[in-house]
Design a protein around this ligand. Structure first.
Ligand SMILES: [Zn+2]
Length: 83
């Protein structure tokens, strides 16, 4: 009788171990412990880029020099006529 109880307990433990292994394997990767969330890996917001009306180079909008309704990369190009 003791042998039967031992084998039943062993089988139950093996099945429980397999079920918990399958449950953790089917979870999405961002919910697994030990991994950072996808939102934490997101890059910072990119700054808008503008195109210089004189030389055509793309530059950050924070460095914009507006003149006569057009956008320029520098004050030197803002004073020059478009090519
Ligand atoms: Zn320019």
């Amino acid at each position: 009788m003791t042998r039967i109880l031992f084998w039943l307990a062993l089988i139950f433990l093996v099945i429980a171990a397999i079920r918990s292994k399958l449950k953790s394997a089917s979870r999405p990767p961002e919910q697994q412990p030990g991994r950072p969330r996808a939102a934490a890996e997101a890059p910072p917001q990119a700054e808008a880029m503008l195109c210089c009306a004189h030389c055509g180079v793309h530059y950050p909008a924070s460095e914009n020099v507006a003149s006569d309704g057009r956008n320029y990369c520098s004050s030197a190009h803002a004073g020059l006529p478009a090519p």
